[in-house]
Design a protein around this ligand. Structure first.
Ligand code: G6P
Length: 615
């Protein structure tokens, strides 16, 4: 987590960095800071706890001029989110400043060593060891900043994306990465931009270099960009062209990114299957994994690793792969999998699902599986992300940038890719007959319009939200592939409205959660038509018998649940394998409206970050 931005060029650095930090706030918003070197060689470092807007207000009263600078928005790991712990951190002599995203695992031993050499630490952060270490090496070894960074990083254990600004060379910034992402933008007239992702860069240039692990980049007004490995080997920068559009990262008239992203789903689902599905000709194909289709078709089992919402998508994937392709699937929390000494071998296929493609645990789980010889595949949204680069192959979700911290369109795009994958493997294996295959792909093509139809009912969602906005707890129930939808609904509500919510398999409710039910408890039930419909109706009756309030998601035309539910939302009928793509939408909308009615910060919920690059 944490977002970093740096600029060197002919323009004023402060406004460029500030704007960039606002774009990266999804990565953390506990504190923000910017250091700028002005024409008189003064290093002005402004730091504020809280959001970037607070830093903006504070810095407006001070000199922030200068054409080179570095900035940071923090998600606190070590130390409280106060002004002192905010980045940039400055060397004891005030000559250098540094920003960091990641965690220095051996910071304790480095700190002790540096303290014994007379360094005084001001903050509680792990990051501060880096600036003192670089400073120490620079002075003792009489080397330049870039070389000092290189030597320092050889004794650092952990994850980092850093940028260092030094007064002794105002024409240069030195950056490095390992595990945390870093992109270099190559601007006009010798300008360079460095950032955790491309969003702060896109309006200035579409030429970027995604840095690899253990690389150091030196951007210099006179010498341009040079890239070295931390073993000191010079490399040729691989320049890529970004296809990201500026409109995609703006709110486009919506009050919040989350609402915009919920409403983008008809388009994002369509973009996801565009070119991968042809109903008239009757085929599905995922170009990115075509070389691995035979292996997938022969697989004895598939392991899916993910975190958060992506883990819920993996659970939907399990139903799809098992039902359609008849391949056993194990769904694992990446953070558990990596520390469990899992049994994996060359026959295994591990699929990582990640919106950002940067989640530290998912990345580590994949590396572990790769080291044991498994084939590793990725389903990512962010193009060029770390996961998409370390996997043998993969399929992008093409949902476009997702900025709201609570994931919405990325989830439905992940489920769409998983559906396409399951369908193509099922066909390859020959265990999906023509009639069923055609029915599913025909229905899949209709999903965007059906999502749009649900989105038209926003008033109904608002009405229901108004009734339950003050609830203290909520229960979400579903069976079969609606169970992950229930989990996702509960996660959305707790993430952004801070109402405690639990997702449960509907039948499991009687083994505990039923004790919580009283007339105050809203119970959201996914009761769409499908094999467990009658069973879910019985579960609803059990809730009603205890005076719980039922908010049911039902299939259009249903009369049975409609008659007993306190509230209902109708969604269009579809193939049961595709139902999660529709049933999720009302739950996203209700979470959104409840959070807005409670006055919560929908796009930046407290304590959360979108891209979790620490374990
Ligand atoms: C964070 C985000 C979630 C996301 C999860 C996994 O917790 O707030 O929205 O689902 O990380 O992220 P990934 O990028 O790997 O999908």
């Amino acid at each position: 987590m944490c977002g970093i931005v740096a600029y060197i060029g002919k323009e004023q650095a402060f406004p460029i960095i500030l704007k960039g930090l606002k774009r990266l706030e999804y990565r953390g918003y506990d504190s923000a800071g910017i250091a700028v070197l002005n024409d008189d060689s003064s290093l002005n470092n402004y730091k504020r706890s809280g959001k970037v807007s607070e830093l903006e207000e504070f810095a407006a009263q001070h000199d922030s001029t200068g054409t080179v600078g570095i900035g940071h928005t923090r998600w606190a790991t070590h130390g409280l989110p106060n002004n002192i712990n905010a980045h940039p951190h400055v060397s004891s002599d005030g000559e250098m400043a540094l920003i960091h995203n990641g965690i220095i695992e051996n910071y304790d031993s480095l700190r002790e060593e540096l303290m014994s050499r007379g360094y005084v630490f001001k903050s509680e952060t792990d990051t501060e060891v880096l600036i003192h270490l670089i400073d120490d090496i620079k002075k003792n070894e009489q080397v330049k900043t870039a070389e000092a960074v290189r030597i320092a990083l050889n004794s650092v254990i952990g994850a980092y994306a850093i940028v260092v600004l030094s007064k002794d060379n105002p024409n240069q910034l030195v950056a490095a990465r390992k595990s945390s992402p870093l992109v270099v933008g190559i601007g006009k007239d010798g300008a360079f931009y460095l950032a955790s992702d491309a969003t702060p860069i896109i309006e200035y240039t579409n030429e970027v270099v995604y840095m690899e692990d253990e690389e150091i980049a030196v951007v210099d007004r006179n010498d341009g960009l040079r890239i070295f490995s931390i073993q000191d080997k010079e490399k040729v920068p691989y320049i890529q062209r970004l296809e990201l559009k500026l409109e995609a990262i703006e709110k486009g008239g919506y009050e919040h990114f989350m609402l915009k992203e919920i409403h983008e789903q008809p388009r994002s689902i369509k973009d996801c299957f565009r070119g991968r599905l042809n109903v008239d000709e009757g085929w599905v194909k995922l170009g990115g994994i075509k070389d691995y289709e035979s292996k997938l078709a022969k697989a004895k089992r598939i392991i899916m690793v993910a975190c958060g919402t992506s883990w819920h998508a993996a659970l939907v994937g399990e139903y799809l792969f098992e039902d359609l392709a008849r391949i056993p699937v194990e769904v694992e929390y990446a953070s558990e999998f990596r520390y469990r000494n899992p049994i994996i071998d060359e026959d295994d296929i591990v699929i990582a699902i990640s919106q950002s493609g940067e989640t530290a645990d998912t990345l580590a789980a994949l590396n572990l599986a790769k080291s044991k010889g498994a084939t590793i595949l990725g389903i990512c949204n962010v193009v060029g992300s770390s996961i998409s680069r370390i996997t043998h192959a993969g399929s992008y979700t093409h949902a476009g940038p997702e900025i709201g911290v609570a994931s919405t369109k990325a989830f439905t795009a992940q489920v769409t890719v998983l559906t396409l994958m399951a369908l193509s493997i099922a066909r390859k294996k020959g265990n999906l007959d023509d009639t069923k295959f055609r029915r599913i792909i025909t229905e899949l093509e209709l999903i965007p319009d059906k999502v749009a139809k649900i989105l038209e009912q926003s008033e109904k969602h608002e009405e229901i939200s108004a009734v339950y906005k003050d609830a203290r707890n909520a229960l979400y129930l579903g069976r079969g592939n609606s169970f992950p939808v229930a989990l996702e609904g509960a996660l959305k509500l707790k993430e952004i409205s801070y109402i405690h919510a639990e997702g449960y398999p509907a039948a499991e409710m009687k083994h505990g959660p039923i004790a919580l039910i009283d007339e105050e408890m809203p119970v959201f039930v996914i009761a769409t038509k499908g094999p467990s419909y009658e069973k879910v109706v019985s579960n609803i009756q059990e809730v009603k018998a205890r005076k719980g309030k039922i908010i049911a998601v039902i299939t259009e035309g249903d009369t049975q649940v409609k008659a007993i539910a306190d509230h209902y939302i109708e969604i269009p009928d579809t193939d049961e394998n595709l139902a999660p793509l529709l049933a999720t939408i009302p739950l996203q909308l209700i979470s959104y409206y409840v959070a807005v009615m409670r006055g919560a910060n929908v796009d930046q919920p407290r304590n959360l970050a979108k891209s979790v690059t620490v374990e």
